[in-house]
Design a protein around this ligand. Structure first.
Ligand SMILES: [Fe+2]
Length: 391
């Protein structure tokens, strides 16, 4: 290795059924005396908090609940959460939920010990002091936010999604409990699962890939492609749920340390202009972008095909690599990812905004990590290819 690289992962990781019941014990090890639990009201109403609350009670750790995070994280949630954290004299945070509560909690943690406002920390490596300790407990198998150094907060006043990246954002502990995903409906399992697969594939082909993240990326690709269909078709299949969630966690580890690429660069504008969910936007883009990108690093795409269960032995490297897009397309079809047209994207509106979407994708920086660089014209063409594809 010519260049030294950082590799970061939470210092405590517990994976498996009932991992969330370790919240109290892990909080005690962190020296916490009063938690702010940041979550989503649907989860409190469904009783998801009770196990965590009783594990805190058994360690005599007090807590306060902020359960207003019901949509994508905004400045408003961060301000309200921080206010409650300070007023209640909490000294650590537990995030419970999908990406939104975890991302909100990360921002509150940072603001608990840094001056100014969260907007001051937009970009990479702007945070100067460690935040409050964070225990992250995901309830979807997808975002990987429980193990990443990133948070995305929407500034509703300017409508800008601010990416904030810093090692100080990394949760102290991740409790990865597949039992918490058991009630996810098939559509959520599909969208979040393909988001995770996209994290793993992009981490592996990224120009910033490194040997430490490669291990996690390939393992994630294997677990996700072997188990996502089953987790989608039969939510009660705990083995498939467990391995899908493990794959999503490993994919988070991989992309947090080597970054995402063209798919994520292109999916954010679909979310911004058409309000399509993040996971679904990635899912529809994945096969066309893999097809486009293969020539940039065919050896790596052949590895992905192999990890997805394709037979590549005896094939030339380009032929083996092409099996990666075939495997992705089949998976996306099998778990019934809806086409862009059914996500509210119309031909007429796409025509008017596609140029701006391509500009925004390039400006995000993620396409710069892709193994094959895409021009603006090529990105426009990829949006149309994605829109017109049969799923
Ligand atoms: Fe993602």
């Amino acid at each position: 290795m010519k260049q030294a690289r950082f590799f970061r992962i939470p210092s405590g990781v517990i994976v498996g059924c009932n991992a969330s019941s370790f919240a109290g014990r892990e909080a005690k090890k962190l020296g916490g005396t009063k938690a702010l639990i940041v979550t989503d009201r649907n989860l409190t109403e469904m009783g998801f908090l009770s196990g965590i609350e009783s594990s805190l009670d058994s360690e005599k750790i007090d807590h306060e609940v902020f359960d207003e995070v019901t949509a994508e994280p905004t400045l408003d949630y961060v301000e309200k959460g921080l206010d409650l954290y300070r007023r209640s004299k909490c000294d650590f945070i537990i995030a419970l939920g999908g990406g939104s509560p975890i991302d909100t909690a990360k921002a509150v943690c940072i603001m608990a010990s840094n001056p100014g406002v969260i907007q001051d920390y937009k970009g990479l490596d702007k945070v100067s002091s460690p935040g409050a300790p964070l225990i992250a407990i995901p309830t979807t198998a997808g975002t990987g936010s429980e193990t990443t150094i990133f948070t995305i907060i929407t500034d509703t006043r300017t409508n800008v999604k601010m990416l904030i990246g810093s090692p100080f954002i990394l949760p102290s502990v991740a409790l990865v409990d597949p039992l918490l995903t058991a009630s996810s409906p098939p559509s959520v399992t599909a969208a979040t699962g393909v988001d995770a697969l996209t994290h793993a594939i992009e981490a592996y082909v990224s120009v910033k890939a490194q040997p430490m993240s490669d291990v996690f990326a390939l393992s994630a690709i294997k677990f996700l492609s072997e188990n996502l269909r089953q987790a989608w078709a039969n939510g009660d299949n705990l083995e498939a749920r467990s391995l899908t969630m493990l794959g999503a966690f490993q994919a988070g580890v991989a992309f947090s340390n080597s970054s995402v690429a063209l798919v994520h660069g292109m999916s954010r504008p679909i979310g911004a202009y058409f309000h399509a969910p993040h996971g679904l936007s990635n899912a529809v883009l994945l096969a066309p972008v893999v097809e486009f990108s293969i020539s940039g690093n065919p050896k790596r795409y052949a590895d992905i095909a192999r990890a997805m269960g394709e037979k590549v032995e005896g094939l030339g490297v380009m032929e083996g690599a092409s099996k990666a897009s075939k495997a992705v397309r089949e998976l996306v079809r099998d778990i019934k990812i809806p086409a862009l047209a059914t996500l509210g994207v119309t031909r007429e509106k796409l025509k008017t905004v596609v140029g701006k979407m391509a500009d925004d994708a390039i400006a995000s920086g993620s396409p710069g990590n892709n193994p094959r660089k895409a021009t603006k014209e090529e990105i426009v063409e990829l949006y149309w290819k994605t829109f017109n594809q049969d799923l």
